[in-house]
Design a protein around this ligand. Structure first.
Ligand SMILES: C[S@@+](CC[C@H](N)C(=O)[O-])C[C@H]1O[C@@H](n2cnc3c(N)ncnc32)[C@H](O)[C@@H]1O
Length: 357
Protein backbone atom coordinates (compact mmCIF):
# COMPACT_ATOMS: atom_id res chain seq x y z
CA UNK A 1 0.00 0.00 0.00
CA UNK A 2 1.34 3.48 -0.89
CA UNK A 3 0.88 6.19 1.70
CA UNK A 4 1.60 9.92 1.59
CA UNK A 5 4.57 9.51 3.95
CA UNK A 6 6.08 6.26 2.85
CA UNK A 7 9.80 6.48 3.54
CA UNK A 8 10.99 2.90 3.78
CA UNK A 9 13.07 2.75 6.96
CA UNK A 10 14.19 -0.30 8.92
CA UNK A 11 12.54 -1.36 12.18
CA UNK A 12 15.75 -0.39 13.97
CA UNK A 13 15.65 3.14 12.51
CA UNK A 14 11.95 3.37 13.34
CA UNK A 15 12.34 2.38 16.99
CA UNK A 16 15.32 4.73 17.32
CA UNK A 17 13.24 7.57 15.91
CA UNK A 18 10.33 6.72 18.22
CA UNK A 19 12.68 6.58 21.20
CA UNK A 20 14.24 9.90 20.21
CA UNK A 21 10.82 11.49 20.00
CA UNK A 22 9.83 10.19 23.43
CA UNK A 23 12.62 12.33 24.93
CA UNK A 24 12.48 15.22 22.44
CA UNK A 25 10.89 17.76 24.83
CA UNK A 26 13.77 17.13 27.27
CA UNK A 27 16.34 17.70 24.53
CA UNK A 28 14.45 20.88 23.56
CA UNK A 29 14.67 22.24 27.12
CA UNK A 30 18.32 21.19 27.26
CA UNK A 31 19.10 23.23 24.16
CA UNK A 32 17.14 26.17 25.51
CA UNK A 33 19.07 26.10 28.79
CA UNK A 34 22.44 25.80 26.99
CA UNK A 35 21.51 28.68 24.73
CA UNK A 36 20.13 30.79 27.56
CA UNK A 37 23.39 30.49 29.51
CA UNK A 38 25.39 31.33 26.37
CA UNK A 39 27.03 27.88 26.23
CA UNK A 40 26.11 27.46 22.56
CA UNK A 41 27.49 30.96 21.88
CA UNK A 42 30.76 30.18 23.71
CA UNK A 43 31.19 26.95 21.75
CA UNK A 44 30.33 28.76 18.53
CA UNK A 45 33.10 31.31 19.11
CA UNK A 46 35.76 28.78 20.05
CA UNK A 47 37.77 27.32 17.16
CA UNK A 48 39.48 24.54 19.18
CA UNK A 49 36.48 23.61 21.33
CA UNK A 50 36.14 24.01 25.10
CA UNK A 51 36.70 21.50 27.90
CA UNK A 52 34.28 21.17 30.77
CA UNK A 53 36.81 23.10 32.92
CA UNK A 54 36.94 25.93 30.36
CA UNK A 55 33.13 26.08 30.37
CA UNK A 56 33.00 26.06 34.20
CA UNK A 57 35.32 29.08 34.22
CA UNK A 58 33.46 30.98 31.51
CA UNK A 59 29.83 30.29 32.43
CA UNK A 60 27.51 30.83 35.38
CA UNK A 61 26.49 27.13 35.46
CA UNK A 62 27.85 24.56 37.94
CA UNK A 63 29.98 21.65 36.78
CA UNK A 64 27.08 19.31 37.58
CA UNK A 65 24.68 21.37 35.43
CA UNK A 66 27.15 21.57 32.56
CA UNK A 67 27.82 17.82 32.67
CA UNK A 68 24.19 16.72 32.54
CA UNK A 69 23.27 19.28 29.89
CA UNK A 70 26.24 18.56 27.65
CA UNK A 71 25.87 14.78 27.93
CA UNK A 72 22.28 15.11 26.75
CA UNK A 73 23.31 17.53 24.00
CA UNK A 74 26.01 15.08 22.93
CA UNK A 75 23.49 12.23 22.68
CA UNK A 76 21.16 14.61 20.80
CA UNK A 77 23.94 15.52 18.33
CA UNK A 78 23.86 19.20 19.25
CA UNK A 79 27.49 19.10 20.39
CA UNK A 80 30.38 16.75 19.69
CA UNK A 81 33.42 15.85 21.81
CA UNK A 82 36.98 15.73 20.46
CA UNK A 83 39.50 13.04 21.44
CA UNK A 84 41.10 15.57 23.84
CA UNK A 85 37.72 16.07 25.51
CA UNK A 86 36.80 19.45 24.09
CA UNK A 87 33.20 20.24 23.24
CA UNK A 88 32.29 21.77 19.87
CA UNK A 89 29.01 22.54 18.11
CA UNK A 90 27.77 20.08 15.50
CA UNK A 91 26.16 21.52 12.36
CA UNK A 92 22.77 21.19 14.09
CA UNK A 93 24.13 23.10 17.10
CA UNK A 94 25.52 25.75 14.75
CA UNK A 95 22.12 26.37 13.18
CA UNK A 96 20.32 26.31 16.54
CA UNK A 97 22.62 29.12 17.63
CA UNK A 98 22.90 31.10 14.39
CA UNK A 99 19.96 30.55 12.05
CA UNK A 100 17.35 33.30 12.38
CA UNK A 101 14.37 31.20 11.26
CA UNK A 102 15.34 28.37 13.62
CA UNK A 103 15.69 30.76 16.54
CA UNK A 104 12.32 32.35 15.81
CA UNK A 105 10.57 28.96 15.59
CA UNK A 106 12.42 27.80 18.69
CA UNK A 107 11.46 30.85 20.75
CA UNK A 108 7.85 30.66 19.56
CA UNK A 109 7.72 27.04 20.75
CA UNK A 110 9.41 27.89 24.04
CA UNK A 111 7.66 31.13 25.05
CA UNK A 112 4.23 30.79 23.43
CA UNK A 113 3.56 27.07 23.00
CA UNK A 114 5.51 24.93 25.41
CA UNK A 115 3.41 25.04 28.58
CA UNK A 116 0.15 25.64 26.71
CA UNK A 117 0.51 22.50 24.59
CA UNK A 118 0.00 20.41 27.71
CA UNK A 119 -3.66 21.33 27.12
CA UNK A 120 -3.76 20.26 23.45
CA UNK A 121 -5.95 17.22 24.09
CA UNK A 122 -8.36 19.24 26.25
CA UNK A 123 -8.44 21.99 23.60
CA UNK A 124 -9.31 19.61 20.79
CA UNK A 125 -11.98 17.85 22.86
CA UNK A 126 -13.64 21.08 23.93
CA UNK A 127 -13.01 23.15 20.74
CA UNK A 128 -11.52 25.83 22.99
CA UNK A 129 -7.92 27.11 23.16
CA UNK A 130 -7.46 25.77 26.71
CA UNK A 131 -3.69 26.40 26.54
CA UNK A 132 -4.35 30.14 26.50
CA UNK A 133 -5.11 29.88 30.24
CA UNK A 134 -1.32 29.70 30.72
CA UNK A 135 -1.40 33.43 29.98
CA UNK A 136 -4.80 34.39 31.36
CA UNK A 137 -7.74 32.09 32.22
CA UNK A 138 -10.20 34.83 31.22
CA UNK A 139 -9.03 35.16 27.60
CA UNK A 140 -11.21 33.49 24.94
CA UNK A 141 -8.88 33.96 21.96
CA UNK A 142 -5.36 35.32 21.72
CA UNK A 143 -5.97 38.12 19.20
CA UNK A 144 -7.42 40.95 21.32
CA UNK A 145 -4.67 40.30 23.88
CA UNK A 146 -1.54 40.18 21.73
CA UNK A 147 -0.32 43.46 23.17
CA UNK A 148 -0.89 42.13 26.73
CA UNK A 149 1.21 38.96 26.40
CA UNK A 150 4.24 38.71 28.71
CA UNK A 151 7.21 40.42 27.07
CA UNK A 152 9.07 37.25 25.97
CA UNK A 153 5.89 35.66 24.56
CA UNK A 154 4.89 38.91 22.82
CA UNK A 155 8.29 39.22 21.17
CA UNK A 156 8.26 35.54 20.17
CA UNK A 157 4.71 35.81 18.75
CA UNK A 158 5.40 38.94 16.66
CA UNK A 159 8.81 37.69 15.48
CA UNK A 160 7.15 34.44 14.32
CA UNK A 161 4.24 36.19 12.64
CA UNK A 162 6.43 38.80 10.97
CA UNK A 163 9.16 36.44 9.77
CA UNK A 164 6.80 34.44 7.59
CA UNK A 165 4.58 37.21 6.33
CA UNK A 166 7.16 39.98 6.02
CA UNK A 167 9.59 38.04 3.88
CA UNK A 168 6.74 37.60 1.42
CA UNK A 169 5.56 41.19 1.36
CA UNK A 170 8.13 42.62 -1.07
CA UNK A 171 7.76 39.94 -3.78
CA UNK A 172 3.97 39.90 -3.30
CA UNK A 173 3.67 43.69 -3.60
CA UNK A 174 5.85 43.63 -6.73
CA UNK A 175 3.53 40.98 -8.18
CA UNK A 176 0.44 43.05 -7.31
CA UNK A 177 2.01 46.07 -9.03
CA UNK A 178 2.88 44.04 -12.13
CA UNK A 179 -0.59 42.52 -12.39
CA UNK A 180 -2.94 45.26 -11.16
CA UNK A 181 -1.11 48.50 -10.28
CA UNK A 182 -3.63 49.09 -7.44
CA UNK A 183 -4.49 52.55 -6.12
CA UNK A 184 -6.57 51.52 -3.10
CA UNK A 185 -5.70 48.54 -0.92
CA UNK A 186 -7.57 47.22 2.13
CA UNK A 187 -5.27 45.28 4.45
CA UNK A 188 -7.68 43.09 6.38
CA UNK A 189 -6.05 41.94 9.63
CA UNK A 190 -3.27 44.48 9.03
CA UNK A 191 -1.75 43.96 12.48
CA UNK A 192 1.04 46.46 13.26
CA UNK A 193 1.00 48.00 9.78
CA UNK A 194 4.09 46.30 8.32
CA UNK A 195 2.39 45.48 5.01
CA UNK A 196 0.84 48.95 4.72
CA UNK A 197 4.25 50.58 5.25
CA UNK A 198 5.96 48.32 2.71
CA UNK A 199 3.13 48.88 0.24
CA UNK A 200 3.35 52.69 0.53
CA UNK A 201 7.15 52.56 0.24
CA UNK A 202 7.04 50.49 -2.95
CA UNK A 203 3.96 51.90 -4.70
CA UNK A 204 4.04 55.69 -5.02
CA UNK A 205 0.39 56.56 -5.33
CA UNK A 206 -1.30 53.79 -3.38
CA UNK A 207 -3.57 54.39 -0.36
CA UNK A 208 -4.06 51.67 2.25
CA UNK A 209 -6.78 51.13 4.84
CA UNK A 210 -5.87 48.79 7.70
CA UNK A 211 -8.78 46.84 9.19
CA UNK A 212 -8.12 45.09 12.49
CA UNK A 213 -9.28 44.78 16.10
CA UNK A 214 -9.16 48.05 18.10
CA UNK A 215 -6.16 46.94 20.20
CA UNK A 216 -4.13 46.21 17.06
CA UNK A 217 -5.20 49.42 15.34
CA UNK A 218 -3.68 51.40 18.23
CA UNK A 219 -0.29 49.73 17.62
CA UNK A 220 -0.62 50.17 13.85
CA UNK A 221 -1.44 53.89 14.19
CA UNK A 222 1.71 54.47 16.23
CA UNK A 223 3.82 52.69 13.61
CA UNK A 224 2.28 54.57 10.71
CA UNK A 225 2.89 57.89 12.49
CA UNK A 226 6.54 56.96 13.06
CA UNK A 227 6.86 56.31 9.31
CA UNK A 228 5.14 59.61 8.40
CA UNK A 229 2.51 57.83 6.37
CA UNK A 230 -0.65 59.13 8.08
CA UNK A 231 -1.76 60.89 4.87
CA UNK A 232 -1.69 57.59 2.93
CA UNK A 233 -2.89 55.07 5.51
CA UNK A 234 -6.36 54.99 7.01
CA UNK A 235 -7.71 52.76 9.77
CA UNK A 236 -10.87 50.85 10.51
CA UNK A 237 -11.07 49.39 14.04
CA UNK A 238 -13.36 46.46 13.59
CA UNK A 239 -14.22 42.96 14.73
CA UNK A 240 -14.68 41.33 11.36
CA UNK A 241 -16.95 38.69 12.94
CA UNK A 242 -19.50 41.28 14.05
CA UNK A 243 -20.94 41.89 10.55
CA UNK A 244 -19.41 45.36 10.16
CA UNK A 245 -20.48 47.66 7.32
CA UNK A 246 -17.66 47.35 4.79
CA UNK A 247 -16.82 49.90 2.12
CA UNK A 248 -16.14 48.67 -1.41
CA UNK A 249 -13.54 51.07 -2.82
CA UNK A 250 -10.53 48.75 -2.79
CA UNK A 251 -8.79 47.48 -5.92
CA UNK A 252 -7.12 44.84 -3.74
CA UNK A 253 -8.49 43.20 -0.60
CA UNK A 254 -5.29 41.94 0.98
CA UNK A 255 -5.39 39.23 3.63
CA UNK A 256 -2.07 37.93 4.89
CA UNK A 257 -2.15 35.10 7.42
CA UNK A 258 -5.61 36.34 8.34
CA UNK A 259 -8.16 33.75 7.26
CA UNK A 260 -6.22 31.04 9.09
CA UNK A 261 -7.38 32.73 12.31
CA UNK A 262 -10.97 31.64 11.74
CA UNK A 263 -13.15 28.53 11.64
CA UNK A 264 -14.40 27.59 8.13
CA UNK A 265 -17.90 29.01 8.75
CA UNK A 266 -16.36 32.34 9.76
CA UNK A 267 -14.07 32.34 6.71
CA UNK A 268 -17.18 31.76 4.61
CA UNK A 269 -18.98 34.70 6.27
CA UNK A 270 -15.98 37.03 5.88
CA UNK A 271 -15.50 36.23 2.19
CA UNK A 272 -19.25 36.41 1.50
CA UNK A 273 -19.43 39.84 3.17
CA UNK A 274 -16.56 41.03 0.95
CA UNK A 275 -18.20 39.50 -2.12
CA UNK A 276 -21.27 41.71 -1.51
CA UNK A 277 -19.33 44.99 -1.65
CA UNK A 278 -16.26 44.29 -3.80
CA UNK A 279 -15.95 46.08 -7.17
CA UNK A 280 -16.33 43.74 -10.16
CA UNK A 281 -12.78 44.42 -11.39
CA UNK A 282 -11.13 44.22 -7.95
CA UNK A 283 -9.24 41.23 -6.53
CA UNK A 284 -9.01 39.45 -3.22
CA UNK A 285 -5.41 38.37 -2.57
CA UNK A 286 -4.94 35.80 0.17
CA UNK A 287 -1.44 35.06 1.42
CA UNK A 288 -1.11 31.83 3.39
CA UNK A 289 1.51 29.17 4.17
CA UNK A 290 0.03 26.00 2.68
CA UNK A 291 1.59 22.71 3.81
CA UNK A 292 0.98 20.85 0.55
CA UNK A 293 2.64 23.62 -1.53
CA UNK A 294 6.01 23.56 0.28
CA UNK A 295 9.32 22.66 -1.35
CA UNK A 296 10.89 21.38 1.88
CA UNK A 297 9.78 18.75 4.39
CA UNK A 298 10.92 20.96 7.28
CA UNK A 299 8.54 23.70 6.10
CA UNK A 300 5.63 21.28 5.90
CA UNK A 301 6.50 20.03 9.40
CA UNK A 302 6.53 23.58 10.86
CA UNK A 303 3.27 24.54 9.17
CA UNK A 304 1.48 21.46 10.50
CA UNK A 305 2.86 22.25 13.97
CA UNK A 306 1.59 25.82 13.51
CA UNK A 307 -1.91 24.50 12.85
CA UNK A 308 -1.94 22.96 16.31
CA UNK A 309 -0.95 26.31 17.83
CA UNK A 310 -4.32 27.60 16.61
CA UNK A 311 -6.03 24.62 18.29
CA UNK A 312 -4.32 24.85 21.69
CA UNK A 313 -3.70 28.58 22.04
CA UNK A 314 -5.07 30.94 19.39
CA UNK A 315 -8.77 30.13 19.15
CA UNK A 316 -9.44 26.38 19.34
CA UNK A 317 -10.89 25.95 15.86
CA UNK A 318 -8.79 27.34 13.02
CA UNK A 319 -5.74 25.97 11.19
CA UNK A 320 -3.43 26.48 8.24
CA UNK A 321 -5.28 25.44 5.09
CA UNK A 322 -4.54 22.84 2.47
CA UNK A 323 -4.87 23.96 -1.16
CA UNK A 324 -8.22 22.17 -1.52
CA UNK A 325 -9.67 23.56 1.69
CA UNK A 326 -8.84 27.16 0.87
CA UNK A 327 -9.94 26.84 -2.75
CA UNK A 328 -13.31 25.38 -1.71
CA UNK A 329 -13.88 28.15 0.83
CA UNK A 330 -13.05 30.83 -1.76
CA UNK A 331 -15.31 29.29 -4.40
CA UNK A 332 -18.21 28.69 -1.98
CA UNK A 333 -18.17 32.42 -1.17
CA UNK A 334 -18.68 33.35 -4.85
CA UNK A 335 -15.09 33.88 -6.01
CA UNK A 336 -12.89 32.15 -8.55
CA UNK A 337 -9.20 31.48 -7.92
CA UNK A 338 -7.54 33.08 -10.97
CA UNK A 339 -3.98 32.27 -10.06
CA UNK A 340 -1.83 30.88 -7.23
CA UNK A 341 1.65 32.37 -6.87
CA UNK A 342 3.93 30.07 -4.82
CA UNK A 343 7.26 30.47 -3.03
CA UNK A 344 6.75 34.04 -1.85
CA UNK A 345 9.21 34.70 0.96
CA UNK A 346 9.91 31.75 3.22
CA UNK A 347 6.78 29.68 2.71
CA UNK A 348 3.79 31.63 1.47
CA UNK A 349 1.46 31.24 -1.48
CA UNK A 350 -0.78 34.02 -2.80
CA UNK A 351 -4.28 33.04 -3.97
CA UNK A 352 -5.48 35.72 -6.40
CA UNK A 353 -9.27 35.66 -6.52
CA UNK A 354 -11.97 37.46 -8.48
CA UNK A 355 -15.70 37.73 -7.88
CA UNK A 356 -17.66 35.28 -10.02
CA UNK A 357 -20.16 37.32 -12.07
C1 LIG B 1 -1.76 36.18 12.30
S1 LIG B 1 -2.03 37.87 12.32
C2 LIG B 1 -1.55 38.35 10.69
C3 LIG B 1 -1.11 39.76 10.65
C4 LIG B 1 -0.59 40.30 9.33
N1 LIG B 1 -1.62 40.35 8.33
C5 LIG B 1 0.62 39.53 8.85
O1 LIG B 1 0.57 38.93 7.77
O2 LIG B 1 1.65 39.56 9.55
C6 LIG B 1 -3.78 37.98 12.25
C7 LIG B 1 -4.33 39.38 12.40
O3 LIG B 1 -5.77 39.28 12.33
C8 LIG B 1 -6.34 40.09 13.32
N2 LIG B 1 -7.65 39.56 13.72
C9 LIG B 1 -7.91 38.39 14.36
N3 LIG B 1 -9.22 38.27 14.60
C10 LIG B 1 -9.81 39.38 14.09
C11 LIG B 1 -11.15 39.84 14.04
N4 LIG B 1 -12.15 39.14 14.57
N5 LIG B 1 -11.41 41.03 13.42
C12 LIG B 1 -10.39 41.76 12.88
N6 LIG B 1 -9.10 41.38 12.91
C13 LIG B 1 -8.81 40.21 13.52
C14 LIG B 1 -5.33 40.01 14.48
O4 LIG B 1 -5.48 41.10 15.37
C15 LIG B 1 -4.00 40.03 13.74
O5 LIG B 1 -3.54 41.32 13.52
Amino acid sequence: MKTTNSKNISAFEAISKAQYLSCAPILFQTVYTLRNHSILALLDKSKEGLSIEDLCNKSDLSRYALEVLLEMALAGEIVKLSSDKKYMLTKVGYFLENDNMTRINFDFTKHVCYKAFDKLDESLSSHKPCGLSEFNPEWETIYPHLSELPENAKKAWFDWDHLYSQTSFTPAIDKLFELFNPKVVYDVGGNTGKFAIECCNRLNDVKVTILDLPSQIKMAQKNIDVHNLSDRVDFMAVDILSNPVLKGEADIWWMSQFLDCFAPEHVHNILTAINKVIKDDAHVCILEPIADRQKFDAAKFSINAGSLYFSAIANGHSRFFTTDMLTNLIEDAGFTVEKIVDNLGISNSMFICKKRV
